[in-house]
Design a binder for this molecule. Structure first.
Ligand code: PLP
Length: 406
């Protein structure tokens, strides 16, 4: 079995979630149908809604089920933008952090291209933390009455930096600006409470916490107006039409209950493994640089399961490929287009140059991770790194692929 160090991409389904999924999926019934099977499916969905609401600190009516984090982000950003601009046409600006996941970043760029939005990208510091000064300045000087919404992720998927959501919401609140947060990486790993946060909307996803792929939710304040993205049967407060995935939702609830009931102990366990990985990388490759917040200094400002490094002189894809050949599954943390690696926009926003950013590698841990994983990683890293460095930055994949067939 390979050593899986890519839990931020997706984490294996948990025992309770699998049990819920398999028990519900064999039953038929559309939760919108009025007969017995429909009512039974509806009862399953509503019980799950309550469980998820409790786990996320929300009221059950605030849970809008979606097909995942991407859809929840699209619904929040487009829906808030459209409803605010329809009510007040001058509200065309969207304040958005420079380090968002593509589900938010590309949505904002789409709104710019097709809907006349204007994005204001909020800068981050070298650890990837959004600048509150820049936000304050933008709100005070930039004409707050032209702002439709603010969107800022709770935790970054590449470097694991936790954003100061409470401070951001407090600033935006002074100007009555609704805030959306993509909490897909944060929910289940660190304490997240929708009500206490003061957010207007918040995205979460099942497969990042041990549920099945293809289910998520947008938590949406009861008074918040949102224009729907998709139209149809009017399910989910008429905000998100489409037949609900009863089994996936039941599994999502089981996973949410599982991760939140034991979060403090499990996060501490995972953070311990993460710290071992950081120490091992620093020892084996002293020139490697930890990106994001140093958990030795600020343990509460980094996701417990995230370790992210840049390896000077290495192409991230090369290292990924060589580690994979040694049975270690990791990630560069950012997307590549048609096999061509692009430097991460997150690392560039943190001030790295393109070449340094291309040497990125993310190791992310989760509920199946253990000391044996760390030991296997520690054993495999020096050789994979030496070979990746030899391959260098040029023609990396083809040279390694040629080498591997010899
Ligand atoms: N937002 C963040 C921060 C993510 O890490 C991801 C998944 O990688 C998503 C959104 C998308 O979620 P989903 O895969 O459920 O569509």
């Amino acid at each position: 079995m390979p050593v899986y160090l890519d839990h931020a991409a997706t984490t294996p389904i948990s025992g309770p979630a699998l049990a819920a999924l398999t028990s519900v999926i064999s039953r038929s019934g559309n939760p919108s149908s009025l007969h017995g099977s429909g009512r039974r499916a509806r009862a399953t969905v509503e019980a799950a809604r309550e469980t998820i609401a409790k786990a996320a600190g929300a009221h059950p009516t605030e849970v809008i089920f979606t097909s995942g984090g991407t859809e929840a982000d699209n619904l929040a950003v487009k829906g808030l933008f459209w409803s605010r601009r329809d009510a007040e046409p001058q509200r065309a600006r969207i304040l958005v952090s420079a380090v968002e996941h593509a589900a938010v970043q590309d949505t904002v760029e789409w709104l710019e291209k097709h809907e006349g939005a204007e994005a204001v990208w909020l800068p981050v510091d070298e650890d990837g933390t959004v600048s509150l000064d820049a936000l304050q300045k933008e709100l005070a000087d930039g004409g707050a009455d032209s702002i439709a919404l603010l969107t800022c992720m709770w935790a970054n998927n590449e470097v694991g930096t936790l954003q100061p959501i409470a401070e951001i919401v407090a600033l935006a609140d002074n100007y009555g600006i609704p805030v959306h947060s993509d909490a897909v990486q944060a929910f289940g790993s660190v304490p997240v409470n929708f009500k206490d946060s003061g957010l207007a909307a918040m995205s979460i996803s099942a497969h990042k916490i041990g549920g099945a792929v293809g289910v998520g939710a947008l938590l949406l304040g009861r008074a918040v107006k949102l224009t729907p993205v998709q139209h149809g049967g009017g399910q989910e407060r008429s905000v998100r039409s489409g037949t609900l995935d009863t089994a996936g939702i039941a599994a999502f609830a089981a996973a949410a209950q599982d991760v939140t009931s034991n979060m403090a102990a499990e996060s501490a366990r995972i953070a311990g493994l993460r710290d071992s990985i950081i120490a091992a990388v620093r020892e084996a490759v002293p020139e490697a640089v930890l990106r994001g917040v140093d958990p030795g200094k600020h343990p509460d400002k980094r996701l417990p399961g995230n370790a992210h490094f840049t390896f000077p002189g290495c192409e991230g894809d090369s290292l990924l490929f060589l580690l994979d050949m040694a049975g270690i599954e990791s990630s560069t943390g950012s997307a590549c287009t048609a096999g061509v690696p692009r430097p991460s926009h997150v690392l560039l926003a943190m001030g790295l140059d393109e070449e340094t950013a291309r040497g990125a590698q993310r190791f992310s841990l989760g509920h199946t991770s253990d000391q044996e994983d760390v030991d296997a990683f520690v054993k495999a890293l020096p050789d994979a790194h030496a070979r990746a460095k030899k391959a260098g930055m040029a023609d990396h994949v083809s040279s390694i692929q040629t080498a591997s067939t010899r």
